[in-house]
Design a protein around this ligand. Structure first.
Ligand code: SF4
Ligand code: SF4
Ligand code: SF4
Length: 273
């Protein structure tokens, strides 16, 4: 009886010693700044920085692969603190928010049938692109809301998605989740937008929805040498690096696709102003 016990104890002792030696030999040195950085990061693990979570972002930061400003969720104070830990200067960041490029809610966008399947935009999109005549518009089945960790996306009574700018961190998860690719991340201080995603020719776009861009180019033509909106592929696109600022330009649009929408954080919802 004593012999097996002694053998087992011996195996245990040798294994324990082996593990202790291996732990020492193969130990990976962790930069102490990584823990300090982890303590400052929001812990949202949203992936908006391009890494799987905040811990991977902090490892990348100490390795110099990213900058403090690459975390879209951190506020300015936190970015400054990260800069201090890393000993680098952090410039002022521009606040960005998600923007839904569609106004085609109930009674505005025409239906092409009825979808009764699984309540998911991706599933609906697989079945003839959903129940709208417009193949590019919001399906309102909340795939974007499901992935938003910040409660910044909601489905409105009009049947389409709306962003709550004060909560949006511009992490971009909703952008990746939307099968219609109609969510953009734009500077929060911009006011004039083309809220349409329809790239069909004008007549087809007009037939599908009352607020579609019909590619008439009236907006583009108001700019001479300095185009801030351009029609490409039958859809007007705002140049968000150089956006229009004169609100009167929206008056030239015959459909209302070109419109004013305030996106600053004081705005509770991205509803028409
Ligand atoms: S609305 Fe989109 S970009 Fe904004 S926090 Fe939610 S998932 Fe991120
Ligand atoms: S924005 Fe995209 S993901 Fe969100 S409800 Fe509309 S179609 Fe679905
Ligand atoms: S004026 Fe309106 S409908 Fe015409 S191209 Fe511009 S956004 Fe589209």
């Amino acid at each position: 009886m004593l012999t097996p016990t002694a053998v087992l104890a011996g195996i245990g002792l040798v294994s324990g010693l082996g593990l202790a030696v291996a732990a020492r030999v193969f130990a990976v040195e962790v930069d102490p700044r990584q823990e300090e950085i982890n303590d400052q990061l929001p812990g949202a693990n949203c992936g908006g920085c391009g890494y799987a979570g905040c811990a991977d972002f902090s490892a990348a930061l100490v390795e110099g692969k990213v900058q403090p400003s690459d975390c879209p969720v951190c506020d300015d104070n936190t970015r400054q603190l990260l800069g201090k830990i890393m000993g680098v200067e952090v410039g002022e960041s521009i606040k960005e928010v998600a923007l839904i490029m569609c106004q085609g809610g109930s009674g505005v966008a025409h239906l092409d049938g009825r979808y009764n399947g699984h309540a998911s935009c991706s599933s609906a999109d697989l079945i003839g692109g959903g129940d709208k005549l417009c193949q590019h518009g919001c399906l309102g089945l909340a795939d974007c809301q499901a992935v938003c960790s910040f409660g910044a996306m909601e489905m409105g009574e009009d049947g389409i998605a709306h962003v709550i700018p004060s909560r949006c961190t511009a992490c971009g998860k909703c952008v990746a989740a939307c099968p219609k690719k109609l969510i953009s991340i734009v500077p929060a201080d911009t006011k004039i937008h083309v809220l349409c995603n329809n790239t069909d020719k004008g007549a087809a776009a007009r037939k599908a929805c009352g607020v579609s861009c019909i590619a008439c180019k009236k907006c583009q033509k108001t700019f001479d040498e300095d185009p801030r909106i351009k029609v490409q592929n039958y859809l007007a696109i705002v140049d968000y690096k150089h956006p229009p600022t004169d609100e009167s330009i929206t008056e030239v649009c015959p459909t209302g696709a070109l419109t004013i929408r305030l996106l600053n954080s004081a705005t509770e919802e991205q509803r028409p102003s």
